[in-house]
Design a protein around this ligand. Structure first.
Ligand code: AMP
Ligand code: ZN
Length: 468
């Protein structure tokens, strides 16, 4: 498997630290509002990466934080007259709802920054002890110039950075020894949440959160660290400096960054009036359409979001849903027969499609090509169901389609009305009622099912059902 590593700017063969296991950390959102449609991209992309590893039989420990203390949260909470904690808890719940709509599975652990303060204090203390950080008037700073290798991820050079940053010292943090120094701990301000620390009451800096949480939940050295490309500098560069300075080990072996989502080819921004939350979009489109749309591009490419493109994605996704529905119909109509030798041969043709699907995913998770392979399977199925086939053949085909779709986090079998198990249970209940000569209950069950589009037929072999 090849993964593009931002660190080396090359595709590299993926070798996990422990064979068969993947430890990955994905920077999560800052929860001061509903998540926006851009935030959904890393969630969907890295959830799909996780699903593919699992499909390959690997065990994935997937950690993604919620940043629940931050300037924007404090500002919004004050504006609403509630506590930061209340505001963050509310938007974490809302974010989890959006994730569910987008079929993004919950992480193995979703740590909250505010619940990990002791770990952050410990990390900062280590950095001070080792001479990488210093305290001035209640603020703790990290000195990038003391860490050899600063700039290795963003491919920036310390002198250039310093030239670009000369202004910083003038604009506020006057105590800094160097304009490049960044904050690990900031002192309390009135009206802000704060915690006790050896440097007085205060709160951690954003970069510190992720270094401390990755260490606690995944260890000093992890396989994959991921997020949007805007996080490469300074966030991830600073995480590397903190973690490697403190732990003396390589922090993450592979750095994956998704490209940005733009709206009508423009950067999404509130001032341009083209800012959409996931909730806004879910009012118009099913979460699966959003997911299908996002996976239609390789994750490192920029992705343009527009009404036309969403309509095209919806129509395209519908083709898969229709094909899967037709396959289900064929399955329902088929008898209880087993697969023939000819059918085995025909089914083996789909092995090449699965191989294409896997090759695409193994090439730095090219979901666009993987979806093209799924369309090949759809075409195969549409042709195959024109002929009479055994139930076992159709079952195998359906299973194959569902498995590939599941790697994409998609489920094309739309259950309209009750599930077949529920229908079977009601039929059984009706039979019992008839046996007990309770015809009114029996008739009521039949009528209720009919109202849901399910027709019962009493045949010599027993009760059969089909959709009206
Ligand atoms: P934030 O809440 O700003 O820290 O963002 C959470 C995640 O969303 C990070 O991984 C960001 O890189 C990512 N992100 C933010 N905006 C976009 C966008 N327009 N397109 C893709 N990813 C984004
Ligand atoms: Zn982070």
């Amino acid at each position: 498997m090849q993964i593009y590593n931002t660190m080396s700017k090359k595709k590299e063969t993926f070798e996990p630290l422990v064979p068969g296991e993947v430890r990955m950390y994905v920077c999560g959102p800052t929860v001061y509002n509903y998540i926006h449609i851009g935030n959904a991209r890393p969630m969907i992309v890295f959830d799909t990466v996780r699903r593919y590893f699992e499909y390959k039989g690997m065990k994935v420990n997937y950690v993604s934080n919620f940043t629940d203390v931050d300037d924007k949260i404090i500002k919004e909470a004050n504006a609403q007259g509630i506590s930061s904690e209340e505001l963050a808890a509310h938007f974490i719940d809302e974010c989890k709802q959006d994730m569910e709509s987008l079929h993004v599975r919950p992480a193995s652990t979703h740590p909250l920054a505010t619940k990990e303060i002791p770990e952050m204090i410990e990390l900062i203390s280590t950095l001070i002890d080792k001479g990488y950080a210093y305290e001035k008037a209640g603020t703790v700073y990290f000195s990038p110039r003391k860490f050899t290798g600063y700039g290795k991820l963003s491919h920036k050079n310390l002198d250039d950075l310093r030239a670009g940053n000369r202004e910083l010292k003038v604009t506020g943090e006057a105590e800094k020894e160097d304009p490049l120094d960044f904050v690990l701990w900031k002192p309390e301000k009135p009206g802000e949440p704060s915690w006790d620390s050896p440097w007085g009451k205060g709160r951690p800096g954003w970069h510190t959160e992720c270094s401390a949480m990755a260490k606690k939940y995944l260890g000093d050295s992890i396989d994959i660290h991921a997020g949007g490309e805007d996080l490469i500098f300074p966030h991830h560069e600073n995480e590397i400096a903190q973690s490697e300075a403190a732990n003396g080990q390589e922090f993450a072996r592979y750095w994956m960054h998704n490209g940005f989502l733009n709206i009508d080819n423009k950067k999404m921004s509130k001032s341009l009036g083209n800012f959409f939350t996931v909730r806004d979009i879910l009012a118009q489109y099913d979460g699966q359409v959003v997911r299908f749309f996002m996976l239609g591009a390789q994750y490192r490419n920029p992705l343009n979001f527009s009404k036309d493109l969403m309509e095209a994605a919806k129509a395209s996704w519908q083709r898969i849903v229709t094909a899967r529905g037709a396959l289900e119909e064929a399955l329902r109509a088929a008898g209880e027969d087993s697969i023939s030798a000819d059918e085995e041969k025909l089914f083996a043709e789909t092995d090449a499609i699965v191989a294409d699907f896997e090759d695409s995913m193994e090439d730095d998770f090219n979901t666009a090509d993987a979806i093209a392979a799924i369309f090949e399977l759809v075409k195969f199925s549409n042709v195959a169901i024109k002929d009479q086939h055994s139930k076992s053949f159709l079952e195998k085909l359906a299973q194959r389609m569902d498995t590939l779709l599941d790697v994409m986090g998609l489920s094309a079998l739309v259950e309209e009305g009750p599930l077949s198990e529920e229908i079977e249970a009601l039929i059984e209940k009706r039979q019992q009622a008839r046996k007990a000569k309770d015809f009114s209950t029996a008739d009521k069950i039949r009528d209720d099912l009919l109202a849901q589009g399910i027709v019962l037929e009493d045949t010599r072999e027993g009760v059969k059902w089909h959709k009206a």
